[in-house]
Ligand binder design. Sequence first.
Ligand SMILES: Nc1ncnc2c1ncn2[C@@H]1O[C@H](COP(=O)(O)OP(=O)(O)OP(=O)(O)O)[C@@H](O)[C@H]1O
Length: 255
Amino acid sequence: MSGKTVLKTEHLGIAFGGLHAVTDFNVEIHEHELVGLIGPNGAGKTTVFNLLTGVYQPTEGAILFDGQVMLHKKPHQMACAGIARTFQNIRLFKNLSVLDNVKAACNLHMNYSVFSGILRLPSYWREEAQIDKQARELLAVFHMEDKADFVAANLPYGQQRKLEIARALATGATLLLLDEPAAGMNPTETAELMETISLIREKFGVTILLIEHDMNLVMNICERIVVLDYGEIIAAGTPQEIANDPKVIGAYLGE
Ligand SMILES: Nc1ncnc2c1ncn2[C@@H]1O[C@H](COP(=O)(O)OP(=O)(O)OP(=O)(O)O)[C@@H](O)[C@H]1O
């Protein structure tokens, strides 16, 4: 596999009391890769995302991001380092406009001081104008520029999901973790989402790890797939290899 390693986990694991939700999770993901993380309900997929984003601290193993060991990092520190995510249940600022949702994420890297922000000094306005421009450009990539002033809660479901991805990208992330991006979407919205995911990978050069139950989406756009069952990796490989793996078939059929 070519390209530098963006994310590496070494024997990553977490136990909640006696329950080992994730055990000995080892993956290596390279720059620009699009990797799927699949598995039956309760297999530990979201827990892996919570570990990678600092929501949970591992009880075993390590996470390396861009070659750095990410030890005891909080969610905002993971975001600043370049790991952004979306959620299974959409978490937008529902009462804010579409544009403000994206701008709030851009603010992660704002440089003006609190002082110039409070006093509205020229440096604040310069940066504010720049962020406005960036946010609108990002919305245009998602064909949502005409929705900039809509209240987020009023968008159709599929567009709320797209906005969540736009917001994750606006943080300047290099690794995007998408938790069931197609959940609740109709086939047309899912097809459009698949195009959007491919497009943003090309345009922004991001690396993507996605959890998804829609096998059509996973098999079509992922280059590699990692399969979890009862918190452990039972298979990893190309979509073709995964589709024919007896362990995977067994896990899905509950054997
Ligand atoms: N904070 C927690 N405390 C206790 N148990 C937890 C916690 N978070 C997750 N678990 C347990 O860890 C296991 C894995 O859950 P997780 O949500 O990661 O699965 P999943 O693969 O994402 O499932 P789904 O596809 O249904 O979303 C489950 O048994 C769950 O109950």
